[in-house]
Design a protein around this ligand. Structure first.
Ligand code: C2E
Ligand code: CA
Ligand code: CA
Length: 733
């Protein structure tokens, strides 16, 4: 830059003038020229800008003054120093020129050295001025920068101050909140220091236990007197917390007034700088929950109706007794399982409310027969169980069982009515053999069923024999299920004879089971089981079908009337559409309904009176003959039976068998026959074994007879021979 020449613009409308000035200055400076005002303005504004302008005043169109004024007004050109070059100058003009912004004058004709000096000094001046301006600008910018820095520092400071204030406010707020949390927490809170003394407690604590902070401050935790287990619980809790563990216990606190409060206590360590400095203990009053839990527990363990223990509690006590027995050879206990007889029918006839009342009364009565630490429980329905701990001997159990049996039997007054029930009781005395309560109860149950089977209203002690019998009948049941499919059942037939003429009237079908190992099994051994299991239904259908099939076959070889008698069991009789099925079978074999006789026992008719009457009417309608079997063994009278549409009675063989030996049996048979005649019922005597019996029956005008005297029940294939013989006999007579 130092080498670069300074630029001078020479402005003059006279080229000769320009030449003169140019010649003077051209060695030292970089010269540019303009020959008019507008041209001068144009060049002066273009880069690189001239450092000095030599400006002629007297120019046509735009004079030097005007040019100077415009240059001073131009933003770029205002700082360019201007020297006026003029021929003649007066003071006023000179002043005018300075006013406009000229820095100097050069007079024409120009003197070379003056011009050089003036130009030089002006350029020097300009250089200083430029330097100064630059300096000022630099300083100004420095000042500005440092001021700005200062301002930003100030702002930062202010912000930090504000922050600090905010934090202070927040900290204060937190403190208030935490204090509030502590003081008014619904939990009673105690703060315990390292020396195990209470530092602080809150309002809930005071409410819970009655002590204000003043009263317990500095006293040793827990701050109230407590002994036994609770003391250990409290101390252990805090100790663990000091060891860094958070723990919770349910225990008791002692209120200032002296009563105990069940509480849940939670303790956790207060850590400051990684060291446990204290312990917070939170107390919650759990009295309500405890009460509720007690209530639930009671409900879970007791029968709602009677208030006595239920099955669950009984099982627990029984388990306990079994356990104790293992440990203590002296300890003996017994279990009674009790079921009310006839409860169901009372419930059905008097209604459930009366049934409930009865159960309550029964349980109260049984309780009266027991000792204080015996347990009476209701297992469900009308089933009760008794646990008798600390039993000395067999006799003691018998006495209690007898007492209960008698108590159950005396009248209960329910809704102003006398109601009678009885109890069947099964007892397990040899409890030592049992590992588990279920097995024991199962055997008591079995003994109870034996009591029921033996006529109810009594008690039976369990014996292993009962179990064996049960197992045998379980096996029998399994085999019986298969017997039908394997065609092991077979029908035997026993002839029925008309007493007056000795003529064959028909056969009674009697079922047998041809067991692969046991041989022929009599019906008494499997019919009750078939009844119980429902197997009697398919079995009964098979019996009817087979009997009708045989009758149809006999009819082909035997002239005249011939019937078949079929024993019908109660389940079979009450089966849906029994009469329709029977009618269909009669139709299938092309038989007359009057050739079919159905035999029912009395008890069957007694037990389901209404339904039985309907069904009998339907059968009557169908035209089959109906007989009462085993007559005389039940409790009904003939006149009672009159309400059923019965055609025949079969006099039980026990009367026939003892007729000759016992006067009363003879009298019974005689009056049965008289009565039946008056009611228009035919009579069949069962079990006739002797000629003498037959003669007596003939004298008494009994219509028909059946028994070993004529023939034993025979297999089906023997019946054809028998029929042929009978046909020949009737042909003879
Ligand atoms: P029930 O109907 O009274 O049958 C007569 C029973 O007396 C038959 O015994 C028969 O063999 C027997 N008996 C016949 N004559 C004499 C005699 O002179 N002296 C003696 N002591 N007994 C004689 P069974 O066949 O053992 O039948 C027993 C019971 O089984 C029958 O008594 C009947 O109630 C039932 N029963 C038999 N077969 C069937 C059947 O197919 N269905 C149903 N539901 N029950 C049947
Ligand atoms: Ca019979
Ligand atoms: Ca009979």
């Amino acid at each position: 830059m130092a080498n670069e020449k300074e630029r001078i613009l020479i402005v003059d409308d006279t080229p000769a003038n320009i030449d003169v000035l140019g010649a003077i200055l051209t060695d030292e400076y970089d010269i540019s020229v303009a020959v008019s005002g507008p041209m001068a303005i144009d060049i002066a504004g273009s880069e690189p800008l001239p450092d000095l302008i030599l400006l002629d005043i007297m120019m046509p169109r735009m004079d030097g003054y005007e040019v100077a004024r415009r240059l001073k007004a131009g933003q770029k050109t205002s700082q360019i120093p201007i020297i006026f070059v003029t021929a003649k100058i007066e003071d006023a003009d000179e002043a005018f020129g300075f006013e406009i912004g000229a820095v100097d004058y050069i007079r024409k004709p120009v003197n070379a050295s003056v011009t050089r000096a003036r130009v030089k000094s002006q350029l020097e001046l300009k250089k200083y001025r430029d330097r100064l301006t630059q300096l000022v600008e630099e300083k100004t910018s420095e000042v500005r920068t440092s001021r700005e820095r200062l301002e930003s520092e100030q702002q930062k400071l202010q912000r930090a101050q504000e922050d600090l204030l905010d934090k202070k406010a927040m900290a204060h707020k937190h403190q208030v909140y935490f204090r509030e949390l502590f003081m008014n927490s619904p939990y009673g809170i105690v703060l315990v220091g390292r020396d195990n003394r209470i530092i602080s407690s809150n309002n809930s604590y005071s409410r819970l236990l009655g002590y204000s902070i003043g009263e317990i401050l500095n006293s040793e935790f827990p701050g109230f007197p407590i002994d036994g287990q609770a003391e250990g619980a409290h101390k252990g809790l805090v100790k663990k917390a000091f060891d860094g563990e958070t723990t919770c216990v349910e225990t008791l606190c002692l209120h200032k007034k002296g009563y105990r409060i069940p509480i849940s206590a939670l303790a956790y360590p207060v850590r400051i700088n990684n060291r446990v400095q204290g312990v917070f203990v939170f107390y919650e009053n759990i009295s309500q929950r405890k009460l509720f839990e007690e209530k639930l527990k009671h409900q879970a363990y007791h029968d709602t109706l009677t208030g006595i223990p239920n099955r669950l509690l009984f099982s627990e006590r029984l388990d306990y007794a079994l356990d104790r027995q293992k440990q203590d050879p002296e300890f003996r206990f017994a279990v009674l399982l009790l079921d009310l007889d006839r409860f169901k029918s009372i419930n059905d006839t008097l209604g459930h409310q009366s049934g409930d009342e009865l159960l309550q009364m029964v349980s109260a009565r049984i309780k009266d027969c027991l000792r204080a630490n015996d347990t009476l429980a209701r297992l469900g329905g009308d089933e009760f169980a008794v646990l008798l701990p600390d039993i000395r001997d067999h006799h003691q159990i018998t006495v209690i069982a007898e007492r209960i049996t008698r108590a159950a039997e005396s009248a209960f007054i329910i809704q102003n009515q006398e109601v009678y029930v009885s109890a069947s009781i099964g007892i397990v005395e040899q409890t030592r053999v049992y590992e588990n309560a279920n097995h024991l109860l199962r055997d008591a149950d079995l003994a109870m069923y034996h009591a029921k089977d033996s006529g109810k209203a009594q008690f039976k002690f369990f014996t292993p024999r009962m179990h064996e019998d049960l197992m045998a009948s379980v096996t029998l049941e399994k085999e019986l299920r298969k017997a039908l499919e394997k065609e092991e059942l077979t029908l035997f037939f026993q002839p029925i004879i008309q007493v007056a003429k000795g003529r064959l009237e028909g056969f009674e079908a009697l079922v047998r089971w041809n067991h692969p190992e046991q041989g022929l099994v009599p019906p008494d051994r499997f019919i009750p089981l078939a009844e119980e299991t429902g197997l009697i239904l398919p079995m009964g259908e098979w019996i009817i079908d087979t009997a009708l099939c045989k009758l149809a076959a006999w009819k082909k070889v035997f002239p005249g009337p011939l019937s078949v008698s079929i024993n019908i069991s109660i389940k079979q009789f009450l089966q849906e559409n029994f009469e329709d099925r029977l009618a269909a079978a009669i139709e299938t074999y092309g038989l007359k309904p009057s050739d079919i006789k159905l035999e029912f026992t009395e008890s069957l008719l007694m037990e389901h009176t209404e339904k039985a009457v309907q069904r009998l009417e339907a059968l009557k309608q169908l035209g089959v003959v109906m007989a009462i079997d085993d007559f005389g063994t039940g409790y009904s009278s003939l006149s009672y039976l009159q309400q059923f549409p019965i055609d025949q009675i079969k006099i039980d063989r026990s009367f026939i068998g003892s007729m000759e030996r016992r006067e009363d049996s003879f009298e019974i048979v005689k009056s049965i026959l008289l009565l039946s005649k008056s009611l228009g019922l035919a009579a069949v005597a069962e079990g006739v074994e002797t000629r003498q019996q037959m003669d007596t029956l003939r004298q008494l005008s009994c219509e028909s007879a059946q028994g070993y005297y004529f023939a034993k029940p025979m297999p089906a294939d023997k019946t054809m021979d028998y029929l042929k013989g009978a046909a020949a006999d009737s042909a003879l007579s």
